[in-house]
Design a protein around this ligand. Structure first.
Ligand SMILES: Nc1ncnc2c1ncn2[C@@H]1O[C@H](COP(=O)(O)OP(=O)(O)O)[C@@H](O)[C@H]1O
Ligand SMILES: [Mg+2]
Length: 313
């Protein structure tokens, strides 16, 4: 049996007459990444706020690191680190000063703090910027500093609320690497995201939040079995090419009206090249070509029959 780092049952939360969470059950195994996936307004931050004792649920029970969140709030807070959706860094202070402030709050001795800060700055590639005010940092640097501050307390369970929303691809990758590094050290990560790809890459378990309920839960592989896979779309200029291509390419789905063929594919360079070569060998011209990988919209369409933007309403 694996131990639960986080276990919640029957969580409900309403704001006024709006039901935001309508009975949520979660179980996060220690040392794993659990991803709560949902569009804007789904209730992800509310869930994080409940699990981290920042808010109290209207109903339901929460255990974090073995402690009851309702009665042992302090013990829960001591075990966790929270990096919020919006970076909680002080703009006027330097990166180093922000970290020092955290070390002071945690009561670290000066020698220990010095070593830890140097290590964190190095690990998060912030050494060069350490003496500059945070106001001059990019979004990615702020996120990294925020996470570094969370790590000062050496928490065993870390909540990351949309850590990569709005980040450029390179910073996103850095955050992913950092997350993987933490898990390798035995930390449990509760990650919220709007990106299926992110949940797919990082999470051991994914739960999909829709209108206050979890509409799906499972491993990335289990979840992806329920949604249409990636495919290549080919559009043709005329009916002859369209028909000829449909005969040549196996497994193609026809969208007659648009003269579009959809072919299941991993979207990789090799398979795409193979596909185009097949058409070339048969002298069939393609008008337009695109690779489609499933995103949050596809997940929601498959699971709920609505797109994620409709789902959030
Ligand atoms: N303090 C609050 N008071 C009233 N409504 C809130 C409050 N916090 C969140 N909400 C509402 O609850 C819903 C879920 O919000 P949130 O948990 O922030 O979603 P997410 O993080 O998935 O974008 C939204 O409709 C939001 O407007
Ligand atoms: Mg949020």
């Amino acid at each position: 049996m694996t131990t639960s780092a986080i276990a919640a049952s029957g969580l409900r939360k309403t704001f006024g007459d709006k039901i935001v969470l309508d009975g949520i059950d979660l179980d996060v195994a220690a040392g794993t990444v659990f991803s709560l996936l949902g569009p804007n307004g789904a209730g992800k931050t509310t869930t994080v706020n409940l699990l981290t004792t920042l808010m109290k649920p209207d109903a339901g029970t929460i255990r974090v690191a073995g402690h009851d969140a309702a009665t042992a709030t302090k013990a829960v807070r001591a075990a966790i680190g929270v990096t919020g959706q919006f970076a909680a860094v002080d703009e006027l202070l330097t990166g180093q000063e922000n970290l020092q402030l955290m070390a002071d709050l945690k009561g670290l001795g000066s020698g220990e703090a010095k070593r830890l800060l140097a290590d964190l700055l190095e690990r998060f590639e912030l050494t060069a910027a350490a003496q500059k005010p945070v106001a001059t940092y990019s979004g990615g640097m702020r996120r990294k500093l925020d996470l570094a501050m969370t790590l000062v307390g050496n928490p065993k369970i870390i909540f990351l609320d949309e850590p990569t929303t709005g980040l450029d691809p390179r910073s996103r990758r850095t955050m992913w690497d950092i997350t993987r590094g933490l898990v390798a050290e035995g930390v449990t990560i509760f990650l919220t995201t709007q990106y299926l790809e992110e949940a797919d890459r990082l999470a051991n378990q994914i739960a999909v939040l829709d209108q206050g309920r979890l509409v799906a839960q499972g491993t990335p592989a289990e979840l992806k079995r329920q949604i249409p896979g990636s495919h290549v779309r080919l559009r043709f200029a005329g009916g002859d090419e369209f028909d000829a291509a449909a005969r040549v390419l196996s497994g193609a789905t026809r969208e007659e009206e648009d003269l579009v063929l959809r072919i299941p594919s991993d979207g990789g360079a090799k398979s795409v090249r193979g596909l185009l070569n097949q058409l070339d060998d048969n002298s069939i011209d393609v008008e337009e070509f695109s690779v489609h990988t499933p995103d949050l919209d596809d997940v929601f369409l498959a699971l709920t029959g609505r797109t994620s933007t409709e789902a959030a309403k």
